[in-house]
Write a protein that binds this ligand. Structure first.
Ligand code: CDP
Length: 205
């Protein structure tokens, strides 16, 4: 059986937690596509060529391996910012596209989370979610998660800068697909969000 769940939305809205829970509950595989961009961004930072050299970033994206996604330095704010810079480069997105589509087509069902899953990677996904929450709630969650000495205000500014870059880019900007279910988790517990998403998936199964 092929069944794709596309989960998009801004930073720290709860996409990852919801996607992981859905993938466990339904036995679907899960791909956190943000890790692909984070890995390209971090490797580009380390190789000294900088994140905005399209030539190097696209080479890194083409050679990316699954091991690169296991690096332990992908969750930092620096990695997030580097990711959103390389993610604005059309050639980088192109280089990562087929891997994501192939993952979505695998037998047994798949959940992919990111920014353009329902719009570009899997426009025919069976269920699409666009997960949001207020800026303050998202920043509070990310602040608690990172716990790295950054102030709440710094984390908030970081998320807002990244969202603006992700929503404002020309290629595959972050936007809800016309047929996506909107899931605002500002006042919703994770359990309630998963329950709602589960109902939408069951309707289609
Ligand atoms: O976990 P969080 O929501 O903070 O970010 P992420 O999903 O790990 O994504 C990091 C960055 O990668 C985003 O800010 C986007 O710039 C980029 N990204 C993207 O452009 N397209 C995707 N499908 C996934 C991530």
């Amino acid at each position: 059986m092929k069944f794709t769940v596309a989960v998009d939305g801004p930073a720290a809205a709860g996409k990852g937690t919801i996607s992981r829970r859905l993938s466990n509950d339904f036995g679907f595989r899960y791909l956190d596509t943000g890790l692909l961009y984070r890995a390209v961004g971090v490797i580009a930072l380390h190789d000294g060529q900088g994140v905005l050299d399209p030539h190097w970033a696209v080479e890194i994206a083409r050679r990316l391996t699954e091991d690169d996604m296991d690096r332990d330095d992908l969750r930092t704010s620096r990695a997030g910012q580097a990711a959103s810079k390389v993610a604005a480069l059309p050639e980088v997105r192109e280089a990562l596209l087929e891997f994501q589509r192939a993952f979505a087509r695998r037998e047994g069902g798949a959940v992919l989370d990111g920014r353009d899953i329902g719009t570009v990677i899997c426009p025919d996904a069976d269920v699409k979610l666009f997960v949001t929450a207020s800026d303050e709630v998202r920043a509070a969650r990310r602040h608690a998660e990172l716990n790295n000495g950054q102030s709440f205000e710094q984390v908030l500014a970081d998320l807002q800068a990244r969202d603006a870059r992700d929503a404002g880019r020309d290629t595959a900007p972050m936007v809800a697909a016309g047929d996506a279910h909107l899931l605002d988790t500002t006042k919703l517990s994770i359990d309630a969000a998963v329950e709602q998403a589960t109902a939408w998936i069951n309707e289609r199964l």
